[in-house]
Ligand binder design. Structure first.
Ligand code: DGL
Length: 268
């Protein structure tokens, strides 16, 4: 069964396709299975217990489908549930965390901004990272409340979205940030808007490429990299397939060929 050799990826919705795309680009021979748990989005305002329970549900589907590794393409699920998942399942997990470390190291103004969900910013994993890497840097934390539902609706250019985003970044710019860390896998889809709004000297950092590299490193260390034929990709939404298809179709011309990916409804 080809699923046996897949990389499993899940997110609270369509946003994790920004990470999935980096994995497919870097590892074109691997099969992938992507779960968009849009029915339960957003995860960001849920309790840790709820986030763990949803992460367990997604993980069990992917393990039963025969995945060899699971990428938690959601900062909120990583920061709240990855320790639990690693303790309870005998499969490697790759998580995604806000890229505070490179931002803090490279910042010249010693002031960086982070836009993330409430669940991520409140997590102890995030606070540990801050303590470890951002002691000498002022970190402006902003909860991107409302952004995930708007991105999940599939429209990335509405006035509502623009106004909301502007209201979140204005205090960061005023505070003098020179790096903006995107701490949610939905937010890379906002980069075109952010580039219009932010002064040119402010760098935007997300963690997608780092996750793809880490996935490659772990598979390679386990001798589990597949190198023979182009991978196939199955993406599932438990809510609106057309919206997931809309996000995936951006990559059909570049990283995907028409016949290697399917987007379908799945009740999970
Ligand atoms: N993509 C998720 C993340 O990276 C969004 C969380 C949510 O659903 O609120 O945090």
């Amino acid at each position: 069964m080809q699923e046996k050799f897949s990389i499993g990826v899940f997110d609270s919705g369509v946003g994790g396709t920004s990470i999935w795309k980096e994995i497919v680009t870097r590892l074109p021979f691997e099969n992938t299975i992507y779960l968009a748990d849009s029915k339960h989005a957003p995860y960001g305002a849920k309790t840790k217990k709820e986030i763990i329970s949803l992460s367990v549900k997604n993980t069990e589907y992917l393990i039963n489908a025969g995945c060899k590794i699971i990428v938690v393409a959601c900062n909120t699920a990583t920061t709240n549930a990855i320790d639990y998942l690693r303790d309870h399942y005998d499969i490697p997990f790759i998580g995604i965390e806000p890229a505070i470390k490179p931002a803090a190291l490279q910042s010249r103004s010693k002031c960086v901004g982070i836009l993330a969900t409430q669940g991520t910013l409140n997590s102890s994993l995030f606070h540990n990272t801050l303590e470890q890497y951002a002691q000498d840097v002022r970190v402006i934390e902003v909860i991107g409340e409302g952004l995930v539902p708007l991105i999940e609706s599939g429209t990335l250019e509405s006035i509502e979205l623009k106004n909301l985003l502007q209201s979140y970044i204005t205090p960061m710019v005023r505070a003098g940030i020179d790096y903006l860390v995107l701490g949610c896998s939905h937010y890379p889809y906002l980069i075109p808007l952010l580039k219009e709004m932010l002064p040119k000297e402010i760098q935007i950092i997300d963690s997608g490429l780092a996750v793809a590299k880490q996935t490659e490193a772990v598979l390679s260390s386990q001798n589990a990299l597949y190198k023979k034929t182009l991978g196939t990709h199955r993406l599932y939404s438990n809510k609106d397939v057309a919206i997931l298809e809309g996000f995936v179709s951006r990559f059909r011309e570049s990283v995907l060929t028409q016949n290697t990916s399917t987007v379908s409804y799945l009740d999970f």
